[in-house]
Ligand binder design. Structure first.
Ligand SMILES: *Cc1c(COP(=O)(O)O)cnc(C)c1O
Length: 300
């Protein structure tokens, strides 16, 4: 029987049998390197923590299970994950970015990608005609957040995936705000999902982390190569903090949703408020019985 998302959040990928001593809270492997039993022979495949570490590994498997990803790489911050995505591009590649993006991403594009001759063009991706019209021969990726930080603009992932496919470009979606609890971009046709795990995934304001979730092995291997080479990988203790935070993801997201609805309903009743718009986020219950509509923005 496949595990529910709530169960994966609480128990991680493997239900409490992953540790050799059956510890339920997975141990923090606070070690830089691992013993070679004989030269070149690490029985469990771990050699050096920049490359791989059991605590980070369990977190990566858990995020993969939540996002339905082939593989996930954990980074020391959301921006380290975004930077690894931009490492994918070569000079003269054209990248279409949503016009409302996390400020750090705009700075990365302006300061680093521009220097590397990567052409970043900002488009309102919620306007599918505009998105289609922006595609060029050298378009390598379409990249957006939905909903966006900070303006909460919503893009139809499924329709954008079709445009990306036709263009032979990657569709990269930053799913930080929805989290896998409310939205799985890979199941809607995205190739790569980015997270700033600093926000809802960790959820306790006590750690900075980021993730790249890949649709297939080829992309995953590329991101693993970039992460172990440039070295922005997530430390064991931070990995453990995020695993602990994830245990309550389902509960926190449901409460965020009901609090936001209550605030919207209250605002609607105020005479001085002209219009209330909310991004209606479906609870997991609805998610299982109805197809999520393309546009999730409703007037209430
Ligand atoms: C915060 C944020 C980032 C950057 O993540 P850090 O963990 O702060 O480096 C990227 N995208 C979105 C949508 C964010 O909110």
């Amino acid at each position: 029987m496949s595990k529910s998302m709530d169960t994966i959040c609480v128990h991680g990928k493997e239900h409490a049998v992953k540790d050799q001593n059956y510890a339920i809270s997975y141990p923090i492997y606070q070690t830089a390197s691992f013993s070679h039993l004989t030269p070149g022979h690490n029985p469990n495949g771990f050699g050096y923590t920049r490359e791989s570490n059991p605590t980070r590994g369990l977190l990566e498997e858990t995020v993969s299970a939540l996002e339905g990803a082939c593989d996930t790489v954990a980074f020391a911050s959301g921006m380290a994950a975004v930077a690894a995505v931009f490492e994918y591009f070569k000079p003269r590649d054209h990248v279409i970015c949503g016009e409302d993006l996390y400020g750090g991403v705009v700075r990365l594009a302006a300061v680093i990608s521009a220097k590397n001759n990567i052409e970043v063009e900002y488009v309102d991706t919620s306007d599918l005609q505009a998105l289609k019209a922006a595609v060029r021969e050298n378009t390598k990726a379409i990249y957006f957040e939905t909903p966006t930080n900070p303006m909460m603009h919503v893009t139809d992932i499924r329709a954008a995936a079709e445009i990306a496919k036709e263009a032979g470009a990657l569709l990269i979606v930053d799913n930080t705000f929805m989290t896998p609890y409310f939205q799985n971009p890979l199941s809607l046709g995205a190739d790569v999902v980015i997270h700033s795990g600093t926000k809802y995934l960790s959820g306790h304001n006590d750690t900075i982390c980021g993730f790249l979730c890949s649709k297939d092995q080829k992309l995953a291997q590329h991101f693993r190569l970039i992460s172990k080479t440039t070295g922005g990988t997530l430390a064991p203790f931070e990995s453990w903090l995020c695993l602990r935070g994830l245990k309550t993801l389902a509960l926190r997201m449901e409460r965020h949703q009901s609090n936001a609805l209550a605030a919207a309903e209250w605002l609607k009743k105020q005479d001085c408020v002209e219009n209330v718009e909310i991004a209606l986020i479906f609870s997991n219950y609805f998610k299982n019985i109805v197809d999520i509509p393309e546009k999730m923005c409703y007037k209430i």
